[in-house]
Write a protein that binds this ligand. Sequence first.
Ligand code: FAD
Length: 311
Amino acid sequence: LTLNQLEEARRALDAPLFADLAGDANVSFEFFPPKTEKMNETLWEAVRSLEPLAPRFVSVTYGAGGSTRERTHATVARIVRETSVPAAAHLTCVDASRDEIDEVAREYWAAGVRHIVALRGDPSVAGSAFVAHPQGYASAADLVTGLKKIAPFEISVAAYPETHPEAISSASDLDNLKRKIDAGADRAITQFFFSPEAFFRFRDRARAVGITADIVPGILPVSSVAQTRKIAGVCGTAIPPWMDRLFEGLDAHPGARQLVAATVAAELCRKLYAGGVRDFHFYTLNRAELSYAICHLLGIRPHKQAQEQAA
Ligand code: FAD
């Protein structure tokens, strides 16, 4: 047995029962900007359901090539105006000059947004290689440097426990994460993954190269393996063989599928918690139920209810 394997075995044995979780975890939720009025209603139902859990922040994604620029801005601005939750706006470097991106960032600052998730982004044409705009930011690290010159934003960046698919090597990808943190990012949020060991190994390697900022696992509660496989293919996340087996035969049973989905994601969170993780970022896909259920299992209760119980 290697030391790593022993450590992993210890973490698994130490994993507390859900009933024993102290409720000391912090969560954040990610949404995407809605395209239609119906989708807008669904998003706001989700925001309203998750708001009482007092997330650290909620974030809103930015579509490929800035395609959702106005919708992302409108959604983030409404969260700032109408909720008590700090809102973060995702921003990418794709197909825009530095001046254009800087202008978007200034608009966010003026609208009261203090947190940016700074990303390079993917090309608007799926599958093509990223080419920086001639007057643009070439990478997320560049963008972080630029944003810090505009205003003292809180900044989150992306990290990849299973290595970004375009990276020359896992070591060079980790160097890139270090550049982003050294440029001023406050935390890294990971791409979704299904192996807690992959996360722990990544976190250990990050610490070993001197990255001290928080590395927050991104949790995708899977309710459709086919859909997840599509996204995972693009971002390099491995889908474990047991995933298909767990969801087998559930196509016509959406309720059962949701229960299995919550169990799988909650188990992942429980193992991460056992390994010392206290911050979790949920890719909600604009639906509250699964994320809410997992937070509940992690011991997180609506803010008011928690205050009443303590009184
Ligand atoms: P970077 O950190 O710039 O890295 C991109 C690649 O280039 C990596 O392989 C890196 O290793 C390599 N690289 C960078 N600089 C160097 C260098 N100097 N030398 C060698 N290699 C280098 N996409 C969207 O379009 N909109 C979103 O809202 C969005 N939100 C996301 C949120 C999270 C939490 C995550 C994890 C991803 C998100 N993405 C989003 C996807 C992201 O844009 C893609 O994964 C993109 O391909 C890389 O973005 P990045 O910020 O990690 O890029």
